[in-house]
Design a protein around this ligand. Structure first.
Ligand SMILES: [Cu+2]
Length: 176
């Protein structure tokens, strides 16, 4: 027994050091799970955000949304107030972003397709944003919001906002 204890102490120290180094180098890539809620303030699934070489990867696991094709964007304000989610503000557009006809929070050529079982499981990369520092970070000015709109082809103009998830600055804000 006496011989085992020093060995275990050494092992714990080593693994602790390895963990510290690992978490440091992966700070910006730590996935963030966003709870998405509908106008009745019920959870309709999650979006798992992670850093991607092409921007921010968004893995959607949706349940209980109306079937059909929905547009989805990142909006400016980290506030989702049911039922209309106007609180999320306009599309997120970083200071100085001059993408041709697109805003930072747009996800070009993407529609969320919800099946007849009211679920969707899809991953998409938002190309004009990051989870790091800087103007186009999702965490700039306290965060942003993921907004899902009603099916296309409904009322003219901008389709209503039917679901919203706060992309809040992580508690470890100093990491960003
Ligand atoms: Cu939108």
């Amino acid at each position: 027994m006496r011989k085992i204890v020093p060995f275990m102490v050494a092992f714990v120290c080593l693994s602790g050091a390895a963990f510290a180094q690992d978490s440091k180098s992966h700070k910006a890539t730590k996935p963030l799970v966003v709870d998405i809620r509908n106008a009745q303030d019920e959870s309709v699934g999650t979006a798992t955000l992670s850093s991607d070489p092409g921007g921010v990867r968004i893995k959607l696991d949706i349940k209980n949304l109306p079937p059909g094709q929905h547009s989805m964007h990142i909006h400016q304000v980290a506030k989702c107030e049911a039922p209309d989610f106007k609180s999320a503000g306009p599309h997120f557009n970083a200071a100085g972003h001059t993408g041709q006809g697109s805003m930072s929070g747009d996800i070009p050529n993407f529609f969320l397709i919800v099946g007849n079982d009211r679920t969707a499981h899809v991953t998409v990369v938002a190309p004009n944003v990051t989870m790091g520092k800087g103007d186009n970070s999702l965490f700039t000015n306290g965060g942003t919001a993921l907004v899902i709109h009603a099916s296309e082809g409904g009322a003219p103009g901008t389709p209503a906002r039917i679901a919203c998830g706060v992309i809040a600055t992580p508690e470890s804000a100093s990491d960003y």
